[in-house]
Design a protein around this ligand. Structure first.
Ligand code: ADP
Ligand code: MG
Length: 694
């Protein structure tokens, strides 16, 4: 549905330009030459001079100007690293790993030695590491154990414009670090937007602009917004492939599922176009993709590359040679619903700022074009100017627990650049109190302090601690580790039935969590065998990862002097521990196979991949790990629980209706209700007081 005349004219113009393919460009130049050709190289001296005079600098530059890969190395070359490590934070795991790999190549060392990375559950550094890339979450955790970050001489907070939750919290924490340490350099980098805000927040620090070079990009809008953006994107990619000159294509999708669908559909359609159509190289990129597959987007190729990406390719990763961008106009965002007290990933329209970043990817090495699969009026009238920072739209329980364990008593006086909504803070405090991590005054408890030691969401760490208390921490640890990796079960399209049958054999009737435990234990007792994995249609890579994660949880157990204990085959206790972390996510059977969420009263459904669904077992009460919204609300990873457990562990929500003469239980219930109301009131009072003081 595009204006095809414009397209064709544009195509001709491009073809006459006979632009050099980037593969040649990269091959014929050494790494040193490539480094020198980056825009940041031209202003290196100026930048380093400014850094000598100021401890904090905001550096702004177009994506691809060399901020992420070069600034760390410049700091090292200037000698800062004699006083400690140079850290660089990334909001995304993929970016941390990919960039570290690139820089280790530039540096001429093996990854994990002088240049390394650290992401949750995966530390690829050693004691010789000078330059360390990491997720912002990892650095935030490090401040828990080392409040002044003494091991670092400098930190680069990269991609600050992303305003990820952890970055926003780090802003507050690092502002205190720079106030205390005068031998510490902090560089905040951003792709243009928001830079003055950052500079003001850190006390009017200088903003350094890296001059960019960009080429004009034609913007083409759809006449009507696409109904099926996967299909529309595939059609557009083929139109470009057939009708346009040299240049790679970048398609922005929302997540793994539609990326995979796009790749399959595109491969299929392109083979149908005709025999004389040259082949294309279709490359997906998303966070859960194995890292060797991720690296392929950077390899040079004779064929036209079509990269299908999440918004990771918006600013975090730069692939040279992109000339055509197809923008679906959507991304996946974590949204928090304070009423229901939970986060969910939802497909959401992007902001204008995102759209323009996406367009910019087409104009890095020469003029290009972007096809927006939405209308111009949608862009103008329906899109927000900028995405709302994550801190204002996600669950803060994790962050609140971390800050509380760092000794921050009053969350409102903590220096947030954009404070989260009061309701969200209240809700997080409530959730932590409900899990026993905070006491009635909102102070952290002994359990809360233990929970904060784990790089896990509070319900998961609660589940672990409860498991320890009732003697099944070993089993719970396996469950938690299994939950930390995606897709254990392998389901090849051509062997769907066979693989489904293999999966069904693992089913534990009353629980998906226990089904996961079952898989893990069988793999263990089969000597971690690769053949066993293939035979049973499970991903060996994922299981290996589970084993690693489990090892790290065990280490934390040892450090915390917690016991690794096992209940053998008595898995009812394991379900009880699961209930202790997840009683707030519970549902009750309402009709045949239909559940209703116990707190929100919203209908909830068993996911078709659930063991309970598969075996047709519908217990009265269940807890679930998370919900997924598609056409319906689906509960993911479900476990049957006893009604008594719910009332025992979540007395603030549930009570078992005994006969009315049961005076004691009624009294207890009333007391609990009172306690809950008092607590909520107390929180409100505290927050009001703090707000007045501001
Ligand atoms: P910025 O952070 O300013 O967006 P980067 O430092 O990430 O820029 O990228 C600078 C250049 O380094 C990119 O234009 C690209 O050519 C190159 N580059 C970055 N990562 C890789 C990689 N993994 N493989 C090959 N080249 C890369
Ligand atoms: Mg960067």
């Amino acid at each position: 549905d595009f204006d095809h005349k414009a397209n064709n004219q544009y195509g001709k113009a491009l073809m006459t330009q006979k632009t050099e393919a980037r593969s040649e460009f990269a091959k014929t130049r050494t790494i040193a030459e490539q480094r020198k050709s980056l825009p940041v190289y031209g202003v290196k001296e100026e930048f380093m001079d400014l850094l000598r005079e100021h401890n904090v600098i905001v550096a702004v530059g177009e994506t691809g100007s060399g901020k992420t890969t070069q600034l760390t190395q410049y700091l090292h070359e200037a000698g800062y690293s004699v006083n400690g490590q140079i850290g660089c934070t990334q909001p995304r795991r993929v970016a941390a790993v990919s960039v570290a790999k690139r820089v280790s190549e530039e540096f001429g060392c093996e990854l994990g030695t002088k240049v390394g990375y650290s992401i949750r559950f995966e530390d690829c550094t050693n004691d010789t590491t000078i330059i360390k890339y990491m997720t912002d979450g990892v650095l935030l955790r490090e401040t828990l154990f080392e409040p002044d970050l003494d091991r670092y001489c400098a930190v680069i907070m990269d991609e600050a414009h992303e305003r990820s939750l952890n970055t926003d919290v780090l802003f507050g924490v690092l502002r205190q670090v720079v106030a205390r340490r005068h031998d510490f350099k902090l560089i905040i980098t951003s792709a243009t937007m928001d830079s003055d805000k950052f500079a003001t927040f850190f006390g009017n620090v200088p903003v350094f602009t890296i001059p960019g070079r960009t080429f004009p990009v034609d913007t083409l809008y759809a006449r009507t917004t696409a109904q099926d953006y996967v299909d529309a994107a595939v059609q557009q990619a083929i139109a470009i492939h057939v009708g346009q000159g040299v240049g790679d294509i970048l398609i922005f999708m929302t997540g793994q599922e539609d990326i995979e669908a796009t790749c399959v559909l595109l491969a299929d359609r392109v083979s149908q176009v005709g025999e004389d159509v040259p082949p294309m190289l279709i490359l997906p990129i998303y966070s859960q993709l194995p890292s060797d597959m991720q690296a392929r987007i950077f390899e040079s190729s004779e064929k036209r590359k079509v990269i299908v990406a999440t918004n990771i390719a918006e600013t975090s990763l730069t692939v040279d040679g992109i000339k055509f961008v197809i923008d679906t106009g959507y991304c996946k965002l974590k949204l928090y619903n304070p009423k229901m007290g939970m986060d969910s990933l939802q497909i959401t329209p992007i902001s204008q700022a995102n759209a323009n970043q996406r367009r910019g990817r087409a104009g890095r090495t020469g003029p290009g074009a972007v096809w927006r699969l939405y209308t111009e009026s949608a862009y103008i009238a329906e899109m927000l100017t900028m995405t709302i920072p994550e801190i204002q739209r996600s669950n803060l329980a994790n962050v609140v627990l971390l800050l509380k364990s760092m000794g921050v008593k009053d969350l409102l006086s903590f220096g947030f650049m954009d404070p989260p909504p009061q309701d969200t803070i209240l809700n997080s405090l409530f959730q932590l109190w409900m899990l026993g991590a905070l006491d009635n005054l909102g102070d952290i408890t002994a359990v809360g302090n233990k929970m904060a030691q784990f790089p896990l969401d509070p319900p998961l760490s609660k589940m672990l601690l409860q498991g320890e208390e009732i003697g099944c921490s070993s089993e719970v640890m396996s469950v938690v580790s299994m939950l930390s990796v995606p897709s254990i079960f392998f389901r090849p399209k051509d062997r769907a039935e066979e693989s489904d049958a293999a999966r069904d054999k693992f089913f534990v009737p009353e629980s998906d969590h226990l089904t996961l435990l079952n898989v893990y234990q069988q793999w263990t007792s089969n000597g971690y065998s690769a053949k066993w994995c293939t035979d049973h249609f499970v991903h060996q890579k994922s299981l290996k990862k589970v084993r690693e994660v489990r090892g790290q949880l065990e280490e934390i157990f040892q450090q915390q002097k917690l016991h690794v204990n096992s209940v053998g085959n008595d898995w009812d206790l394991v379900r009880k521990a699961i209930c202790a972390g997840y009683f707030h996510n519970s549902a009750k059977l309402r009709g045949i196979g239909e559940y209703v969420n116990l707190r929100s009263r919203i209908p909830a459904h068993l996911h078709p991949t659930s063991a309970l669904y598969g075996l047709g077992y519908t217990p009265d009460y269940i807890v679930y790990h998370e919900v997924m919204f598609t056409v319906k609300e689906y509960m993911q990873t479900v476990t049957a629980v006893d009604a008594h457990w719910l009332s025992e562990m979540g007395p603030m929500f549930f009570s078992v209706k005994e006969s009315s003469s049961d005076f004691h239980s009624k009294q207890r219930q009333e007391a609990e209700e009172r306690r809950q109301m008092e607590y909520q009131q107390q929180l409100r009072d505290d927050l009001d007081r703090a707000a007045k003081q501001e």
